[in-house]
Structure formats: structure tokens, C-alpha cells
Write a protein that binds this ligand. Sequence first.
Ligand SMILES: Nc1nc2c(ncn2[C@@H]2O[C@H](COP(=O)(O)OP(=O)(O)OP(=O)(O)O)[C@@H](O)[C@H]2O)c(=O)[nH]1
Ligand SMILES: [Mg+2]
Length: 323
Amino acid sequence: MNIVVLGKSSILKVVLQKLTASETLFLESTAHIEEFHVNNNFFTRCCFLDFPGNFEISQMNSLERKHLQNANFMIYVLDVKDEPYNTTIEKFLTLQSEIYEMNPFCIFELLLHKFDGEVFSSDESKMLILNEISELIKLNNNERNVPPAEIHLTSIMDLSLHVELSKILQKCHPLLPLTQNLLDNFASNSMIDKVYIIDVVSKLFLCTDSRPIDLFSYELCCDAIDVAIELSMLYGLKNEEAFEEAFDDESCSIMHFDNGFHLYMRYFGHLLAAVCVIKEDAHRKKEVIDLNYKVLINTFDKMVKTCEKILHTGEEKKIAVKN
Ligand SMILES: Nc1nc2c(ncn2[C@@H]2O[C@H](COP(=O)(O)OP(=O)(O)OP(=O)(O)O)[C@@H](O)[C@H]2O)c(=O)[nH]1
Ligand SMILES: [Mg+2]
């Protein structure tokens, strides 16, 4: 049997276990479902289930069935370097309708993965493939009554993977999509250019304002968190893995870059950082930001408490990753 290796395990290990892109070259093929539990804070409580590449729904065992019946999300990974796409799309749609039949609450996400290298360097080439795949889905999906899957373009070579997984994670918690307005107000009142609320362990962001995300400034924000944590671990702590000790409610930093960017990072909650991107003089704005930040934190806390009362949102979400 010809099994295409798509990068499912690489995706999870790069984001959740800090593997570098080159280390993924040595990953072994997944033989059984592997579980990746994430529980860094209230918002990132989930379990990713990494399915083997040769999984066939027609031959699934009872455990696999149970996982698929309980999954909140199914992330299907398609290798964009593996053309033509007809067979893969057909396979995806068949799997999607079979899972939908046993689990109508499952949300489907399609990752067009390995968008890297010369071939995909231009936006036009990305759009061409995106259009081709969207068309194929439309053509093949006419008679099926399944909800459309959101399509994401990803690669482990840059932070596009983190950005797209962040968007999926945001759907796990009903409060997160509502926070964009709050962050928009905070950003405009504080005259900052962008703000991210980032999980300091995975670097996935829980929410951001509505201005466009650019990979460069997001990468700077993630690096700023790493620098702060690594310095604490290097000089202050005995236990190298103790993120909680390295990042606490006193954690705060301002960084200036010679391209004119300034980053202002502050503790936002357990293992959560708010990182503000400022393109003008940051010193003049710090007091304004601090003042608005108090309002932001208080409002966010109230929203969380209300949300907790109404919904049982603390449960672990299950996310199946399949090709
Ligand atoms: N160029 C490129 N290669 C990638 C990317 N993601 C994963 N790979 C490579 O793809 C190969 C397969 O990765 P795996 O993560 O083992 O794939 P898998 O889908 O888990 O494979 P099975 O467990 O056999 O189903 C590895 O050599 C990775 O380095 C990517 O974004 N870009
Ligand atoms: Mg694998």
C-alpha cells in the first residue's frame, strides 16, 4: 500500500513538544492513535488524537469509533505537494460524511499543509491551489449534507501553523470569539498596533484584535516571551520545566527593535501573556496602556466568570487529527 506521509505528527510535535522542523525528519510513522494532552490554562484544555496514516474508517476498532464519536473537531491534513488532489479530496469528503453521521456536532477543519519552498513562495500560487481545492470540494460535495470545513494554509517552516491552530483553538471556547471587540477597544484606546493574548507554553494565541495578523510581528511576540522565560530559567530557577515559576504575575518586559517596533509584554493570566505591538515611541504610551490594561483584565475576568456560570466550559475538548 502506498502511504503518503503528510506531517500530522510533525504538526503536533512542533507546536506542543517544541520539536524543530529538521527534527521532524526523523519521526517514525504513527502505528496507533497517540494522545497529546494540553492543559496550560483554562482556555487550552484539550486533547489532540494523532491518527495513523493507514487508518481506514471501514476497519476502525471500538476505541477509534469512540474517539471519533466524541471528537469536538476533526482536523484533516492534506499534503499540498501531493498532486493531483482529486483522490485526497474524495477521501476527505467520504470520511467527513461518515464521521458526521456518527457525530453531528463535530467541526471539520482542513489543513492544506507543507505550503513552503520556492513553488509556494508567492501569494498567487497559494491562491491558485486554494481555489482549485475549494472548487473540487464544491464539485464533489453536492449530494452530501455536511457542514463546510474551514480551510487553512500551513507549514511547520514558519508560524502559519501556529496562527491556523490558534484559530481552531479559539473555536473550542465560546468566550474567545467574543473577546475581539474587547481587544479592539483596548488597542485603539491605547494607540497600539496589535495585541495578542498568547499561551506562553505552546505560543498559540487565544485571541487578538481585528487588525490583520502578520507573521513577522507575531513571531517577534513569541520570541519576546521565550527570551523572558529563558532568562528566568537560566538565572532564577532550579527546575528547567517550571513555566509557572518563570512566568508569573510580575512578569513584564519592554523590548525595542531597530526596525522601529516596540513590544510590551505583560502577565495576562495563568501561563498567558498579553503582548502589544507598538510601532511608535513606546515610552510615551506606557502609562496609558497600563491604565487601559487594568480595565481590560477586569472586564475579561468578569466575562470568564459569567461564562463559567452559564456553560461548563472547563471540560477537555477532543481534537482528532487525520489524513
Ligand atoms: N516541507 C515540509 N515538510 C514537512 C512539513 N510537515 C511535516 N513535514 C515532513 O513530512 C514528513 C512526515 O511527517 P510525519 O509528521 O511523520 O507525517 P505523518 O502524517 O504523521 O505520517 P504517519 O504517521 O505515517 O501517518 C517528515 O519528514 C516531516 O519533516 C511541512 O510543513 N513542510
Ligand atoms: Mg504520524
